[in-house]
Design a protein. Structure first.
Length: 94
């Protein structure tokens, strides 16, 4: 059961909005740039000192999940680029 005092102490998560924290970067509606903005927003809130300590840890965990999504995205794109380069190299040699 939540009280209005609980809501005031822990307002809805402004940094994450309605985004799914477990969203797959390979999905068409996922955005690297938007995810990076979310991380920047979280870090600004943490650095501002506006959050209680427990929420700092919660928000840091959210930022880590977002950064993991970004890393997955970049790894997938690097693999695609490597494959394209390999294909071009094979075509040029053949």
């Amino acid at each position: 059961m939540s009280t209005s005092q609980d809501t005031a102490a822990h307002p809805p998560d402004q940094a994450t909005g309605d985004r799914d924290l477990n969203q797959d970067p390979s999905q068409p509606n996922w955005s690297y740039e938007e995810t990076v903005k979310q991380v920047e927003t979280i870090m600004a809130r943490i650095e501002s000192g506006e959050l209680e300590l427990a929420e700092v840890f919660d928000q840091f965990a959210v930022a880590v999940r977002y950064l993991s999504q970004c890393e997955t995205f970049l790894t997938q794109r690097q693999q695609q680029v490597d494959l394209l380069i390999e294909t071009l190299t094979d075509d040029a040699e053949g």
